[in-house]
Design a protein around this ligand. Structure first.
Ligand SMILES: Nc1nc2c(ncn2[C@@H]2O[C@H](COP(=O)(O)OP(=O)(O)OP(=O)(O)O)[C@@H](O)[C@H]2O)c(=O)[nH]1
Length: 356
């Protein structure tokens, strides 16, 4: 067997809807333009991979669905990465975490000792939704806020995204906040994640891999209590939160245990205006939604990729090559799935009534 160099791996982290897929698609184009072969491991909480629709067919992609790689399916991460490498021999791999994932747990999976010769973790890039962070900071509490903190702390690069939605005066505050939590990672301020993509190449060696046996204590995060992570590349002890070790695996709490997902499959096309009105009325506990929708009022065969992230709605017309489900995924905390399901079903019902 010929020895290949270890494949560089980049972890894309960031809260739900912050812009990870937006960054990923640009990074893939960047590598392809250089004549290189990128691959993707994508993890989604829901049971359909809608973000995967944004990745072109020539990019090898492994999907880990219906769970979060940072906990429920973490054990499979190393195996999936290894299979991806052996099957496709990519030049670089991007791991897109679910927005609810704590990246430090994924670091654990990626730096598994048995993988050391095959892959090399190069960076953890966290995309920060500046609007969400700002608003949640003003409230100052909540599990989501603490998860965002962890995602920021564990990054080797920070992308402060959605600047078009932020007042310049707030930007200063957000930058200060992020700096407090992560004093070392370079920060890039962006709209639609437009960064100099050579950052992925410059990041060489910034996340040293533990030497043997995984040395898991070197990068374990305590999320529930808002503690700092002791990251291998920047062991930043915060006042009162010195580098710490975690309790045993079974005692770990995950800061996204509270995140709920509801997936709705539509049997029939629905009215676009009624759907928009419904999304406009969603409770604030539902902070992310996406889907592929077939509307009854926008011409024949019109399919739309639907995005909703922190009260911003977006519809893009798509023409998929294969049959795709008519589906919407809703993600949030403590919302009533039954009520949402009933509201969505009512859209289909009212369609039927209109047609009769
Ligand atoms: N206004 C604005 N919208 C943005 C910006 N960046 C991304 N978006 C939009 O935000 C939505 C979510 O972007 P994604 O890239 O899918 O976010 P994500 O982090 O991959 O989302 P999850 O995978 O669900 O966690 C999309 O509708 C994007 O078009 C930005 O800078 N400004």
């Amino acid at each position: 067997m010929t020895m290949r160099e270890a494949v560089p791996v980049h972890i894309l982290s960031g809260f739900l809807g912050s812009g990870k897929t937006t960054l990923l698609t640009q990074a893939l184009d960047y590598y392809k333009l250089k004549g290189l072969k990128p691959a993707v491991l994508m993890n989604e909480l829901g049971d359909v991979n809608l973000d995967g629709m944004m990745v072109e067919d020539d990019v090898p992609m492994t999907e880990m669905l219906s769970g979060c790689i940072c906990c429920t399916i973490r054990g499979d991460l190393g195996l999936e990465l290894r299979d991806l490498i052996r099957e496709h021999q990519p030049d670089v791999i991007f791991v897109e975490c679910t927005g609810a994932a704590n990246p430090i747990e994924i670091l654990d999976g990626v730096t598994d000792a048995s993988l050391l010769t095959e892959l090399e973790l190069r960076s953890v890039v966290t995309v920060v939704d500046a609007v969400q962070l700002h608003e949640r900071h003003q409230k100052g509490t909540g599990k989501t806020y603490r998860l965002m903190q962890d995602q920021i702390r564990c990054a080797t690069h920070l992308i402060l995204n959605k600047m078009d939605l932020i007042e310049p005066s707030d930007l200063v505050k957000i930058e200060q906040l992020v700096r407090e939590w992560n004093p070392v990672a370079p920060i890039t301020v962006t709209v639609h994640c437009q960064v100099d993509l050579s950052l992925f190449e410059r990041s060489a060696g910034s996340v040293p891999i533990p030497e043997s046996g995984g040395q898991k204590e070197a990068h374990v995060c305590s999320h529930e209590d808002g503690d700092a992570c002791s990251h291998p590349s920047h062991q930043h002890g915060h006042a009162g939160h010195e580098g710490h070790e975690h309790a045993a695996e079974g005692e770990k709490h995950h800061s996204h245990d509270h995140v709920m997902v509801y997936t709705h499959y539509f049997d029939n096309p629905i009215d676009s205006e009624q759907f928009e009105a419904l999304v406009g009325r969603l409770p604030e506990e539902i902070y992310r939604a996406k889907g592929i929708l077939k509307f009854s009022d926008t011409g024949s065969d019109s399919l739309f990729l639907f995005q909703y992230a922190y009260r911003e709605m977006d519809f893009v017309k798509i023409t998929p090559k294969e049959n795709v489900p008519n589906v919407a995924v809703f993600i949030g905390e403590h919302f009533s799935k039954e009520r949402l399901a009933a509201d969505l079903a009512a859209l289909e019902l009212s369609e039927g009534v209109q047609k009769d």
